[in-house]
Design a protein around this ligand. Structure first.
Ligand SMILES: [Zn+2]
Ligand SMILES: [Zn+2]
Length: 245
């Protein structure tokens, strides 16, 4: 089955992962881990003593400094969790916490549980989702398209064939941010004049060219000879605008 999956370029191909999905993924051999994320010796204690299996388990270890009172960043910390770790055989719980931080930092943004970009508004509010459900069941009212690309399926259903690792982006999909109000208006508008002319316009041997003019002695001013089969006055006009832009 694995051979067949490989043959058809099957891979774990999600556009954007929810926090729950990120935490469900395995901590080891993670598909979003960069090179040199893992260290055989350092990771051994995490696997055997701390019993880390998923990203959720890694987070539990890494959150200790902020969630456990009286924990201090030292090998001889006497907080409850560090003491029980040492009793279980961990020589230096603090070192293991640092190893976890390295692993999580080496996950690409798409999979990194700490990567939280600003809200791009591509998820309907809870209220709107309820309205959609009501409209659907009662066959009355508008159903608003849900533009969210965060996957809500079970992890096992998130594999795609014909995708392949090289075609799967490691960055999560987000709507590009609109510039803040007022931003982008400091630049003065640019006026560009374009024109085109064509010798033998409408005939087989037509040859057109264009001109772009920004202003007197402007180095961006250009005279262009249009190449290709389509030679007409209009082709020249369009080419001038495109090149000008
Ligand atoms: Zn501690
Ligand atoms: Zn340890």
């Amino acid at each position: 089955m694995l051979k067949m999956a490989k043959k058809h370029n099957m891979c774990f191909a999600l556009i954007k992962l929810s926090q729950t999905h990120k935490q469900q993924l395995p901590a080891w051999l993670h598909c979003g881990a960069l090179l040199r994320t893992y260290h055989k010796l350092k990771d051994a204690c995490l696997k055997q003593i701390h019993e880390v299996k998923s990203i959720k388990d890694l987070l539990k270890v890494s959150n200790r400094p902020t969630t456990v009172p009286h924990h201090w960043e030292s090998h001889d910390c006497i907080c409850g969790l560090c003491v029980s770790d040492r009793l279980a055989g961990c020589k230096n719980p603090h070192k293991c916490i640092s190893t976890v931080a390295v692993i999580i930092n080496n996950l690409t943004p798409k999979f990194n549980p700490f990567y939280c970009p600003i809200n791009d508004g591509l998820t309907l509010t809870h209220c709107r989702l309820e309205k959609n459900t009501r409209a659907r069941t009662q066959h009355r009212g508008d159903i608003i398209f849900d533009p969210s690309v965060s996957e809500t399926l079970q992890l096992a259903e998130c594999f795609r064939i014909f995708a392949g690792d090289t075609r799967t982006a490691q960055a999560p999909a987000h709507r590009l941010q609109r510039p803040n109000q007022g931003q982008g208006q400091q630049e003065p508008p640019i006026e560009i004049y374009t024109d085109s002319s064509c010798i033998n316009n409408g005939k087989n041997n037509a040859q057109c060219g264009s001109g772009i003019w920004f202003g007197e002695n402007n180095p961006l001013n250009k005279a262009i000879r249009i190449t290709g089969k389509t030679q007409s006055n209009q082709a020249g006009e369009v080419a001038a605008i495109l090149i000008g832009l």
